[in-house]
Design a protein around this ligand. Structure first.
Ligand code: XIL
Length: 367
């Protein structure tokens, strides 16, 4: 008697469960995992975030944000020259190795940032290189071949040269590299990188290209010259450290010009500030004391517009992706770097998505 009762209860449970499943299937519903609401699912092109490996290792919430939203990562500083070769003859692969294994495990594209950058050059290289041009020329080749060769096939793309133009205007930056080796250091860096990993996409990356038309024109003529000389450049990175008052029409027009090069276009370091700075360390002016709901709304609209501009102005075959530079207001580089208290990212101080997150997502999905 007991066993008959047991059987009929199990049967009823089974029946209810199967009917529920059937109902869900018929109505087209599915059990949507929270991951399905991430940015990467909403996007036709890769979405990335900049992080350091130590942040991922110690912060599970941050890690989860990455896993849910991104399919590409860039190292904020782990892969810069001063971290890879802090002293002569002493390569430090630790962080880069960990980034490679994290990205492989989590199916993320790893973007290499950056090989040659005036601010990333360690002191010892500057000292030696400024006295000996032959040494610097040789060092450039050896560094790139060793580094890019080591990660051949594991780093999808490199910012080969970062910020090779002056902060304002269309001239080459008078960096150590330029002063000692002339502008050819750029072409050579691209050639060495291509020799070391012929499959990797190779980017020139810079800032303010969306707002400073003479800088953009300078960079575009350099790109033309490089292409004419057969230099293996395949991408143009625009950092997109935006400010709320940079006109959308200007950004759109600039992105259209970038796309006309035929290169892959990467919005490589996206964030949007409210306050101002003059592009130098601690060069900030705190215009806004606190973040109001109205400001959050305006920022969401701007993030939406950035996604729309990218989708509308960059042909699909050239869409390399959009990367956020630090993606939480807790971790943003803007505040310590410029001495500001700003809110430039898509997640708030408590790592919760801001209206900016939803605005950006809307821009990705809008018909
Ligand atoms: C910044 C990092 O975010 C900071 O943590 C570091 O102190 C300085 O560099 N343009 C770039 C990035 O190409 O490498 C910079 O990253 C931000 C500006």
């Amino acid at each position: 008697m007991k066993s008959i009762l047991k059987k009929s209860i199990s049967f009823t449970i089974l029946w209810i469960f199967s009917s529920l499943l059937l109902l869900l299937a018929v109505s087209g519903c599915s059990f949507e995992s929270p991951q399905k609401s991430g940015l990467k699912e909403a996007s036709p092109f890769p979405i990335g975030g900049a992080i350091e490996i130590r942040q991922i290792a110690k912060d599970t919430v941050l890690k989860k944000i990455i896993q849910e939203n991104f399919n590409s990562i860039t190292a904020t500083s782990d892969m810069k020259m001063y971290n890879i070769l802090p002293q002569e003859g002493n390569y430090n692969w630790r962080q880069a190795d960990s980034l490679v294994s994290f990205s492989t495990k989590d199916n993320l594209r790893l973007f290499g940032h950056t090989l040659v950058w005036h601010s990333g050059t360690p002191e010892w290289v500057a000292e030696k290189g400024s006295k000996d041009s032959l040494w610097l020329a040789h060092f450039l080749k050896e560094y790139i071949q060793t580094y890019v060769g080591k990660y051949k096939g594991q780093v999808a793309a490199w910012d080969v040269v970062n910020e090779g133009f002056e902060t304002q205007g269309g001239d080459y930056r008078k960096s150590l590299w330029f002063e000692v080796l002339g502008k050819d250091y750029i072409a050579n860096a691209f050639r060495y990188t291509h020799e070391a990993d012929p499959e990797a996409e190779l980017f020139y990356n810079d800032f303010n290209l969306e707002r400073d038309t003479s800088k953009l024109n300078g960079v575009l003529s350099m790109v033309e010259e490089l292409k004419q000389n057969g230099v293996p450049i395949t991408g143009l990175g625009v950092q997109m450290h935006l400010r709320m008052d940079i006109p959308n029409a200007l950004i759109r027009e600039s992105v259209r010009k970038m796309a006309a090069t035929g290169l892959k276009i990467h919005f490589s370091e996206l964030d949007i500030i409210f306050n101002t700075h003059d592009d130098t360390r601690k060069g900030g002016v705190q215009l806004y004391k606190e973040l109001t709901p109205e400001m959050l709304k305006q920022q969401a609209a701007k993030y939406k517009e950035v996604a729309l501009i990218y989708r509308e102005e960059v042909p699909e075959s050239q869409q390399f992706g959009i990367t956020f530079w630090d993606f939480t207001d807790r971790d943003t580089w803007i505040n310590p770097f410029f001495g500001l208290n700003d809110w430039p990212t898509i997640f708030d101080e408590n790592l919760k998505p801001k209206p900016a997150f939803y605005g950006f997502k809307e821009g990705l999905q809008a018909e």
